[in-house]
Design a binder for this molecule. Structure first.
Ligand SMILES: [Zn+2]
Length: 179
């Protein structure tokens, strides 16, 4: 964080608000049986793009939440360059999404929880702060971290539970099958 004192507090309130909007998108993804990740793009305190993971729905490996939010922001601002924008994501973005943010010249990224298996901001790579690239992105992480992690944990716990009950059903053939 570059800000100090009261502006830092203000930022935290604002950041929490926009991450809560990204969480809304993540909940919508979960309702469609998609891994719940959400993102919003904000320009001068205005939400200009929203996105949620839609990989299963679209059968598209690039349909990550951040990509959707960036596409919507570019359409809304009529520009592929988004230098005055901040992207808020519930989960640490992957290589592809940070790549797209760098292409768009996003100025700041705020995210909730880390992705130890795929994160390209801190976990596996540090693409937002790589001197070899022609753009850098300011990063704030850990905003509403627990909520952002919990929605993923709940989703995967639900999947495991479904799998278990599915197996139980397989083990117990119906009377009609005459086991
Ligand atoms: Zn991604």
């Amino acid at each position: 964080m570059v800000e100090e004192g009261s502006s830092q507090k203000l930022n935290l309130v604002e950041d929490s608000f926009y991450i809560s909007l990204a969480l809304e998108e993540a909940r919508r993804a979960a309702a469609c049986k998609e891994v719940p990740v959400g993102a919003v793009v904000v320009c001068r305190e205005k939400v200009v793009g929203r996105g949620r993971n839609r990989r299963e729905t679209e059968l598209d490996p690039t349909a990550h939440a951040e990509m959707g939010a960036l596409r919507a922001a570019s359409a809304s601002l009529q520009s592929w360059r988004l230098p005055e924008c901040t992207l808020y994501a519930t989960l640490e973005p992957c290589v592809m999404c940070v790549g797209a943010m760098l292409q768009a010249r996003i100025s700041r990224l705020v995210f909730g929880c880390l992705d130890p298996k795929g994160g390209a901001v801190e976990s596996l790579y540090r693409l937002c702060d790589d001197g070899r690239l022609n753009h850098r992105i300011l990063v704030t992480r850990g905003v509403l971290e627990e909520e952002c992690a919990r929605i993923l944990q709940d989703f995967f716990a639900g999947l495991r539970e479904n799998k278990r009950s599915g197996k139980r059903a397989e083990r117990w053939p119906s009377p009609a099958e005459g086991a």
